[in-house]
Design a protein around this ligand. Structure first.
Ligand code: C2E
Ligand code: MG
Ligand code: MG
Length: 575
């Protein structure tokens, strides 16, 4: 018994945890570690209330309930903040167990462990977890912003900041859903600037960009808050007017837009004026989905262009049919090239004074399996727009050169070939011409290339360098349809051209109309002063021929002296 007590004493004295024996909430015995932990001297706590280690009387009261817990043999195990004798507060983990479960207050053993260090570690862990969470949240927010920025870029046009085609389709689809519900109309206006390309090409992209921004601004200022304005291509804009009541309202908006866009704009101290053409399609009559409405508004815009630009047109079913005819023609045309359906007809060019044949102009036709012989006016524009003109042009050039050599070059008859605008701006043009001459063996001086006046005047820089390259090959150059492009004759001086062809609209009127007559004789006089020869086109009667002869016009071409004929018929000029 004595030994057991001594052993207990030993354990109590050396335990690394604090141990206390408490009765009626009063210290009966405390281990040295306990006293050290709470900052008391040996035996100092004996007889004192456990209130001594509590920070507040309330906490002391609260923990009185532990004794009820211990009554059915359970132990108390928890963590508490206690106060040392010097007032310092620290965290303790404690476990208590009654000696007799029936009367816990009469005696319980309590074990205390200082866990301040663990608490500090846990707190700092929590703090760093909070910091981490904050950092993650910040980063997520940044990513969200970046994503929003990227989304904005993907949905908007970089130059004007307007929504692009992608966003347009979204917004339009939303507007249509709303219209459907409210039984209202939604209008789609397709706006295309007239003759923007020449401005862009001749004054440079920087000027073109400023102009586009100015136009966007005017559109934004003209329209209401709920309207969507998008830029969907170079000089193409689409406006969505949701919930419109009457078509006259739409027409009014379109008219307003045309007026405001056409106000001159100052760009680089230069006054620039553009007009625009507008096509309008209205939900639900002209289409029930975004794609159809945009396509139909586009078709209506084309129609507005055809009617002379700077106006608006509503979509009609006929336009739809015209558009699908165009599409069919385009795919037919693609096949035509491979299937050998293209033909060349040749029209005489004769000396005005003598009527002697000096050469021929090659004019393309399309021998369509169902439509018959299709004139170039009905397919060259489409071919130009879809790029097929390059292939067609190459074929025409080769075929014309081949024919001219086949027929014989001894009489020195020239063969004239028309170049389309697209071909003329093709960087490989000179190379292609050189190749055709080489392959067919046609002497370069017998080939004349015709370019239209409007084309020549539009891109003066490109024109000059291309013309010089062609001239170097030894071919001659004619300006076709001269007089229709409103360019000043003085311009001609700058170009190395050999001939001008006076457009047939002037020739037709010249003998009857004094003004037209004066223009024709002025062209001839000026051209001659510049060492340029003149061909009168579309000569259909004697009066016209006589007039041209009197003016000193060098050559004539027209039904009067010969209609375009197929290669066999035309070959007769050579025998
Ligand atoms: P263009 O180069 O001015 O050709 C003259 C056009 O006037 C031809 O029409 C010709 O048939 C027509 N013509 C000739 N004499 C008379 C006349 O006395 N009265 C009337 N009313 N018309 C006359 P075509 O063959 O229909 O060609 C129209 C246009 O198509 C040509 O005008 C030319 O710009 C273009 N074209 C023709 N062939 C080609 C080609 O191979 N390539 C390119 N890029 N364009 C071509
Ligand atoms: Mg021509
Ligand atoms: Mg012509």
């Amino acid at each position: 018994m004595q030994r057991a007590l001594a052993e207990q004493e030993l354990i109590l004295d050396n335990a690394t945890v604090g141990i206390a024996f408490i009765k009626q909430r009063t210290y009966q015995r405390c281990s040295p570690r306990f006293e050290e932990m709470f900052g008391y001297g040996p035996g100092e706590l004996i007889g004192q209330s456990t209130r001594a280690i509590y920070c507040t009387p309330e906490e002391y009261e609260r923990d009185g309930s532990w004794y009820d817990q211990m009554q059915d043999g359970r132990s108390v195990s928890t963590e508490r903040q206690y106060q040392r004798k010097d007032g310092a507060v620290f965290w303790c983990k404690l476990v208590g167990k009654a000696i007799d479960p029936a009367h816990p207050r009469e005696g319980a053993i309590w074990i205390y462990d200082d866990v301040t260090a663990e608490h500090a570690a846990r707190a700092s862990l929590e703090a760093s977890r909070d910091a981490l969470e904050r950092a993650v949240a910040d980063r997520t927010a940044e990513l969200e912003q970046a994503k929003a920025r990227a989304q904005h870029l993907a949905d908007h046009d970089a130059l004007t900041g307007l929504p692009n085609r992608r966003l347009l389709e979204d917004r339009l689809t939303q507007a249509l859903a709303l219209s459907q519900r409210n039984r209202k109309q939604t209008a789609v206006m397709f706006i295309d600037l007239d003759r923007f390309k020449p401005i862009n090409d001749s004054l440079g992209h920087a000027v073109g960009d400023v102009l586009l921004k100015e136009v966007s601004l005017r559109l934004v200022n003209q329209l209401r808050v709920g309207d969507t304005i998008c830029r969907i291509g170079g000089d193409e804009f689409v406006v969505v007017l949701p919930e419109v009541k009457r078509s006259s309202d739409i027409a009014q908006v379109a008219q307003k837009v045309i007026e405001h866009v056409s106000q001159p704009a100052m760009v680089d101290e230069r006054e620039l004026a553009v007009t625009c053409s507008i096509g309008i399609a209205v939900f639900p009559d002209d289409g029930r989905d975004a794609e159809t409405l945009i396509r139909n508004a586009d078709a209506a815009m084309y129609h507005a262009k055809e009617l002379g630009r700077a106006n608006y047109q509503f979509f009609t079913e006929q336009m739809n049919q015209a558009a699908s005819r165009r599409l069919a023609l385009e795919s037919d045309l693609r096949r035509a090239i491979g299937k050998d359906e293209l033909r060349l007809h040749y029209q005489r060019i004769v000396e005005a004074k003598t009527g002697k044949v000096v050469g021929h102009e090659a004019l393309v036709r399309w021998q369509h399996p169902e439509r018959g012989l299709v004139p170039p006016g009905e397919f060259t524009q489409i071919a130009e727009e879809c790029g097929l003109i390059l292939k067609i042009g190459e074929w025409v050039l080769r075929e014309a050169c081949r024919w001219a050599t086949f027929i014989g070059t001894e009489r020195g008859l020239q063969i004239a070939v028309n170049l389309s605008p697209r071909q003329f701006t093709d960087p490989k043009l000179a190379q292609m011409v050189a190749q055709a001459l080489k392959e067919t063996g046609l002497p370069p001086r017998l080939l004349e290339l015709e370019i239209t006046e409007t084309l020549a005047m539009q891109h003066t820089d490109i024109t000059l360098s291309t013309l010089r390259r062609l001239k170097k090959l030894g071919v001659s150059i004619a300006i076709d349809d001269f007089g229709t492009g409103y360019s000043s004759l003085a311009y001609l001086k700058r170009f190395p051209v050999d001939k001008v062809k006076i457009d047939r609209t002037f020739v037709a009127e010249a003998p009857k109309d004094r003004e037209e007559g004066a223009i024709v004789s002025a062209i001839v006089a000026l051209a001659h002063a510049l060492d340029i020869e003149v061909i009168g086109e579309g000569v259909e009667n004697d009066a016209q021929r006589t007039f041209l002869q009197r003016c000193g016009c060098d050559y004539i071409q027209g039904y009067l002296t010969g209609r375009p004929a197929d290669s066999d018929a035309a070959a007769k000029d050579y025998v």
